[in-house]
Design a protein around this ligand. Structure first.
Ligand code: IPD
Ligand code: CA
Ligand code: CA
Length: 293
């Protein structure tokens, strides 16, 4: 069986923009913010610290200011929660979740894996999302009930049915990193799959699940601006997103597991086994390894 087979089959729908309500304007804003990020990228930008290893740059701040300004111009009554400026809450039934630069550590080191992520919620339900990767000119977009698209091509999650044949992704938050147990999950699931990537942009990881590049993704302690758009992308591409126990995912959840749906049960089961300490592969002792000649 070919590994990817007809995964990520695409269907060009030139009329896709026409049926979207928010995506055309959202996409234009994300593109503008992405172009702004590229003006700063790989130019020895000054790094500031929000925490021990939690970086921020002028590009994060300028991108968020631009996005907020555009949202205010187009939808003045909507509320906005952005990573850098926090929440503007007027009690609107619409709330935007904005990550003006997802992948700041990559960006600050000149590693070209980052994006702009914007999600729109209406009465507690995500209704639209875009993630724009300016380094590859890839625009991921979705609206509730209307499918998910990559550069206007309909995308679908992969058809891999076995965890053992899956390629997965995870991430390690920079905040409270000494309290994060994810390295154990990384270790165990690496040994039970084709591998686990750690690329450094949770929003792009979710988009990669949506278009079948990855079969699954998980992370501890993500924030709503990291997941708002990407979770909708996965769901609209036919995938599944839950907490680590397989229960419903909530935007403020500290647990995110996304997959093509087909390996979801197996992945959640692995989580339960690892949390219970059952069947764990033992890490080789590096001191023993060092002794070998
Ligand atoms: C981070 C990235 C990273 C993930 C971290 C996030 P930021 O977002 O999404 O992949 O592992 O948990 O905080 O700080 O670059 O916007
Ligand atoms: Ca982020
Ligand atoms: Ca960010």
């Amino acid at each position: 069986m070919p590994l990817r087979g007809d995964i990520c089959e695409t269907e060009r729908l030139s009329s896709s923009r026409a049926k979207f309500e928010y995506v055309p304007a959202m996409g234009a804003i994300a593109r503008e913010a992405g172009a702004l990020l590229m003006q700063y990228f790989d130019r020895n930008i000054k790094i500031e610290y929000k925490g021990e290893a939690d970086l921020v740059t002028a590009a994060d701040r300028k991108s968020e200011a631009l996005i907020r300004e555009r949202i205010r111009e187009l939808w003045p009554g909507h509320d906005v929660l952005g990573e850098e400026e926090g929440l503007r809450d007027t009690g609107s039934e619409y709330r935007w979740y904005v990550d003006p630069l997802d992948g700041t550590t990559n960006f600050a080191h000149g590693y070209p894996v980052f994006c702009v992520s914007m999600g729109l919620q209406k009465r507690q339900e995500m209704i639209a999302g875009v993630c724009y990767d300016p380094t590859r000119d890839e625009m991921f977009a979705a609206e509730r009930g209307k499918g998910a698209y990559l550069n206007e091509q309909l995308i679908h999650v992969s058809k891999i049915t076995n965890l053992a044949e899956s390629l997965l992704a995870t991430g390690f938050p920079s905040h409270k990193r000494h309290k994060n147990p994810n390295i154990y999950f990384y270790h165990q699931i690496t040994l039970r799959s084709h591998g686990v990537r750690r690329a450094g942009s949770a929003a792009l990881d979710l988009c990669a699940v949506a278009c079948g590049r990855f079969d699954g993704f998980w992370e501890f302690n993500l924030n709503p601006w990291d997941t708002a758009a990407g979770v909708l992308m996965v769901e609209e591409a036919g995938g599944r997103v839950t907490d680590f126990g397989g229960g419903p995912f909530h935007l403020d959840s500290r647990e995110t597991v996304a997959s093509n749906g087909l390996i979801h049960g197996a992945l959640v089961n692995e989580f339960q086994q690892i949390f219970a300490g059952r069947g764990l592969e033992v890490l080789p002792d590096p001191r023993e390894y060092a002794k070998k000649d």
